[in-house]
Write a protein that binds this ligand. Structure first.
Ligand code: IPM
Ligand code: MG
Length: 354
């Protein structure tokens, strides 16, 4: 029997609550499929910080290196751990494991309320492909005379031809497999005349290999507006690291609830483990209340199985979530219901078992 070694890094806040439900769904689906999951839990984050003064052990990347995948809940606990320290491992895993493609699908399910007026489910079906390994998230720069009136902060984005080209190709491949064969590259070359102009130039080279895909560019500001006004005009959106961060919050919100939005941080060469996590964060405001929506976490677990080659099991989870949402009886408050995290998780498991 196939066996996958999965690191479970639940993290902080609601990350802990939603991961428990994702693990339940994983166990339920693997029990009825031809594979085994060996789950190893790590208590990193606030819990580890309280014991050691660090959010992760120094060698945590080494510890994770040999796993088939890493499953992450959420990071961040501003009351206890400085934010940049709490989320540091997330950015380090993405960069250290060369998880250069961050995939964030956003689809409006029937019966789910979108904040946009008059949008039907078939009108919001997007995939954000975010460059995840460089760009604006590289820590390049520094301070000069920081505390003085002459203080300077310099932070430089780094875009490499290799990095831009590979993420564009990755996004074109996804666009090619979707019915609309449509790709929009988010840019800002009217103002960022070095970095984003470079993206524009690389697009012109790469698009030649994908004549079957209609590719266009859109500036980030216009893109934010267009996603609100006419999301139906878009299909696959490919973005630099920070633009993808921004855009995927919008696509998450317009598809009903960020509590439904899953993501995959992929190392396509499979040299390193890939990382799967809900798009939402640790939500300190509702942490511990048992009302967080676990469905983004459950769907991220499905993306993990799909990447591991268990497409059928992934599809079963996705269908259980879809049916649960569309039926609409058992929903957490973010989706207009009054059910708890556990109740929603149990409903997914019940559907997986039936
Ligand atoms: C995300 C998050 C992270 C990011 C934070 C927690 C560093 O917002 O995954 O979208 O900016 O990438
Ligand atoms: Mg974000």
């Amino acid at each position: 029997m196939k066996r996958y070694n999965i690191a479970i890094y639940a993290g902080d806040g609601i990350g802990i609550e939603v991961t428990a439900e994702a693990v339940k769904a994983l166990k339920a689906v693997s029990a009825r499929s031809g594979f085994e999951l060996a789950l190893t839990e790590f208590d990193w984050g606030t819990r580890y910080w309280k014991k050691t003064g660090k959010s992760v052990p120094d060698d945590y990347l080494k510890q994770l290196r040999g796993f088939d995948a890493v499953y992450l809940g959420a990071l961040g606990d501003p009351a206890n751990v400085p934010d940049h320290e709490a989320v540091r491992p997330l950015i380090e895993m993405r960069q250290g494991f060369d998880q250069y493609a961050n995939i964030r699908p956003a689809k409006l399910f029937p019966g789910v309320r979108t904040p946009l007026a008059d949008r039907k489910p078939e009108e919001i079906d997007l995939v954000v492909v975010r460059e995840n390994s460089e760009g604006e998230y590289i820590t390049a720069g520094g301070f000069f005379k920081r505390e003085t009136l002459d203080g300077i902060a310099l932070q430089t984005a780094i875009h490499t031809r290799k990095g831009v080209e590979r993420i564009l190709r990755f996004a074109f491949e996804i666009a090619r497999k979707r019915p609309r064969h449509r790709l929009t590259m988010v840019t800002k070359s009217n103002a960022l005349k070095i970095g984003m102009l470079f993206w524009d130039e690389v697009l012109e080279v790469v698009r030649k290999d994908y004549p079957d895909v209609t590719a266009e560019k859109c500036h980030i500001d216009a893109m934010c507006m267009a996603l609100i006004q006419k999301p139906q005009a878009y299909d696959v959106l490919v973005c630099s690291n920070m633009f993808g961060d921004i855009i995927s919050d919008i696509t998450g919100a317009i598809s009903g609830s960020i509590g439904l939005a899953p993501s995959a941080n992929i190392n396509p060469t499979r040299e390193f483990p890939s990382l799967f996590e809900p798009v939402h964060g640790s939500a300190p405001d509702i942490a511990g209340k048992g009302i967080a929506n676990p469905l983004a976490a459950v769907r991220s677990a499905a993306m993990m199985l799909e990447f591991l080659g268990e497409a059928e099991a992934a599809a079963r989870i996705e269908k259980a979530v879809y049916d649960c949402v569309v039926e609409g009886r058992i929903r957490t408050p973010d989706m207009g219901g009054s059910s708890t995290t556990h109740e929603v998780g149990n409903e997914v498991v019940r559907r997986l078992a039936s």
